[in-house]
Design a protein around this ligand. Sequence first.
Ligand code: CTP
Length: 405
Amino acid sequence: MFVVVGVTGGIAAYKTVHLVRRLIGEGHEVHVVPTEDALRFVGKPTWEAISRNPVTTSVHEDVATVRHVSLGQRADLVIVAPATANTLAKMASGLADDLLGTTLLATTAPVVVAPAMHTEMWRHPATQQNMRVLRSRGVHVVGPADGPLTGGDSGPGRMSEPDEIADAALAVVAAAVSGRAQDLAGLRVVVSAGGTREPLDPVRFLGNRSSGRQGVALAVAAADRGAEVTLVAAHIDGEVLGGLSDRVRVVSVGTALEMRDAVTDAASVADVVVMAAAVADYRPAEVAELKLTKETQGDRVTLELVENPDIVAGLAAGRSPGQTIVAFAAETSTGEELLQRARRKRERKDVDLLVVNEVGWTRGFECADNEVVVIDRSGDVAAQASGSKREVADAVWDAVVAARL
Ligand code: CTP
C-alpha cells in the first residue's frame, strides 16, 4: 500500500518514527511529508533513513514529478501524526501552503489524523469546530489520549500511541476495501449494559429484568464499525456476552455505585458514552450483614431505600468538549405521551440523544427484537428503528454519527 505520513510541528513527532517503522515493517511504501515546523523536532535524515524515500516539505522541490499533487493522488492512505491545532485548522479550511496541504487536497484516499496539543488548545471551541468539520468530511480521528503532557500538566491532548494509530488506520483501509462502514474508527466508546443488583443481605438483591442484549449488540456494532469499545457489564449472562472479550474490553460491575465508578473512569477518555444499562434508581439504605430471616423480620417487612446517583446526568454535566452522551429510557406509556416523557427526560438529563423504547411484561426485555425512537437535542425524532437488537444498535450508531457532525 502507498502510505503518506504527514508530520506536523509537535514534540510527539518522535513517536511517529515508530509509526513509520511499523508501516515499513509490514511491507508498505511510506512517504513522509513533514511541515517545516516538524523538522525542528525530528530532522529530514531520520525520516529519509526510516522511510527509505526522499523527504520534501516544499511544493517547489522536485517540481518535475508534480510532487505537490502526485503524492496525494497515488496514496491509498494518508495519516497525519501528530496533527497540531494549527494543521487541523488549515485542513478544515482547505489551506494548501505547503506540500502536506497540497497532498491533503489532492487525495481521495482515507485520511486519518492523530491530534496532539495541550488540553486547553484541544478544548478550544475553534479546534472543536474544526474537528466537527473534518469528521463531517469523513476524516478519521484517533485520540487524543489523556495523560501527562510536555509542560508537566496532564489531560486530553497526548498523541495516541503509534501502534494504536497504525491499527486504526489499517482498519479504515480494510473496511474501505470490504465496503463495511468504519465511521466509528478512531473513536473510544463506552457502552453500559445489563441490570444492576442492589444487595439487601448476603443472599438477596433488588434487581430488574434487563438481559444486557441491546447493550451487547451496541458494543459489537461499535467494534464492527471501528471503535475501541469498553463494555461496562452488570450481570450479563455468559451466553449473551459470548466471545465478545477479544474485541471489546469488558468491565464487570454489580451495583449502581460500582457502575458509576467504572463508567466515569472509562468515560474520562471516551468520545461517546451510551448508557444502555438498567440502573436501579434506589438501593436499600442498609445492607444486612447476616441473612434476613422470618424469625427476625416477622410477617411484614418495610424496606427503606435511598436514591442512587443519576450516572448519565452526572456524565452529561461534566462532559468534555466533543463528547457525545446517550441515554436510554424504557417507558411503559405509549404514543404521544411516550414521546413527551422522552423529551422531558432528555432535557432533564441534558444528554445529546435519548433512545426510548416501550416496555412491558411481553415487550422489550429478554427478547431478540426491539423497537426504538431516538430523540435529539432539539426534541425531534432523529431516528426510528425496529428489528433485531443489532439492527437497532446500528440505527443508534447512525444517529450518534449524525449528531457528532
Ligand atoms: N440511569 C443512570 N443512573 C441512574 C438511573 C438511570 O445513568 N441512577 C440512566 C440509564 O442507564 C438510562 C437512563 O438513565 O440511560 C434512563 O433512566 P430512567 O430510569 O428511565 O430515568 P429516570 O430519570 O430514573 O426516570 P423515571 O422516573 O422515568 O425512572
